[in-house]
Ligand binder design. Structure first.
Ligand code: ATP
Length: 250
């Protein structure tokens, strides 16, 4: 597959992230059972579930760290288990704690990480992306050692937006963020969606998911129990979802 990663969504492909009947586990222990998940360009899907439900394992499938024992997994049409490097060209992954080069500045981190992805951008363009991601100009040329979780996420979002990847994976992005930083982060996701990026966010944060997601999936014991789509002005009936899943997902 030779699709240009700068094009959000492969031509002819409806889904940027797709799992069909995917089973996966570790050793002979099956964790995910017949997972069906499909995310379109510009869509934000929040996957909720209790500790151990299999959320991180789902991300690992798309990253090519875990191969499906059955079924199919595709990133922009590419099988990440068979072609991990190719699949990752179409992906950005923001782990719970963003890893950056501590001795480099925010701007240098983005420049270096873009270069590793084979992309060169001007100093000004990187500054603009950091600014759009909400990082104060004064922080652009500061070493990232000492940056807060929210600031690190902004650097990662700036990088993802410059790579213009079709798919973004987020692992617990709002855990440990205060309400203002959470709201700010959720606004950044809107910008990426506007670029056509399809987003899979795994989270325990039902409120945040209800704020930003088009669909919320509830994973329980490695099985997708239910999917709920946003509708109307209220989008989701958060209280009903909380009553139903609060014990395991919020
Ligand atoms: P959490 O919310 O706690 O991060 P999760 O929903 O992300 O949970 P996973 O991390 O996917 O859940 O774990 C699902 C199950 O797989 C758990 O029982 C866990 O112990 C097991 N598991 C995860 N990683 C491995 C591994 N590398 N080797 C063996 N078992 C693993």
């Amino acid at each position: 597959m030779t699709t240009d990663p700068q094009q959000a969504g492969a031509p002819g492909s409806h889904f940027v992230l797709e799992a069909r009947g995917a089973a996966a586990g570790y050793g002979d222990k099956t964790i995910l059972h017949a997972l069906d998940l499909a995310i379109r360009p510009g869509e934000l899907y929040a996957l909720l579930g209790a500790n151990g439900a299999g959320k991180t394992t789902t991300l690992s499938l798309f990253l090519g760290f875990v191969a499906p024992a059955a079924g199919q997994v595709r990133v922009n049409g590419v099988d990440p288990a068979a072609q991990p490097a190719e699949a990752r060209r179409y992906l950005a992954y923001i782990p719970e704690n963003v890893a950056l080069y501590e001795h480099l500045t925010a701007r240098e981190n983005v420049a270096y990480l873009l270069e590793l992805a084979g992309q060169r951008e001007s100093r000004a363009a990187i500054g603009a992306a950091l600014g759009t991601a909400g990082l104060d100009a004064a922080a652009h040329d500061r070493r990232v050692a000492g940056f807060s979780k929210g600031m690190r996420q902004k650097v990662a979002i700036a990088l993802a937006s410059m790579r213009r990847v079709p798919a973004l994976l987020l692992d617990e992005p709002t855990s440990g963020l205060d309400p203002q930083a959470t709201a700010e982060f959720n606004r950044l996701l809107e910008q990426l969606r506007a670029q056509g990026t399809g987003i899979l966010m795994v989270t325990h944060d039902l409120l945040s998911a209800a704020d930003v997601a088009d669909r919320i999936g509830f994973l329980d014991g490695g099985r997708l129990r239910e999917e709920v789509g946003a509708s109307g002005a209220e989008r989701f009936d958060v209280r009903a979802l909380h009553r139903r899943y609060g014990g395991q997902a919020a």
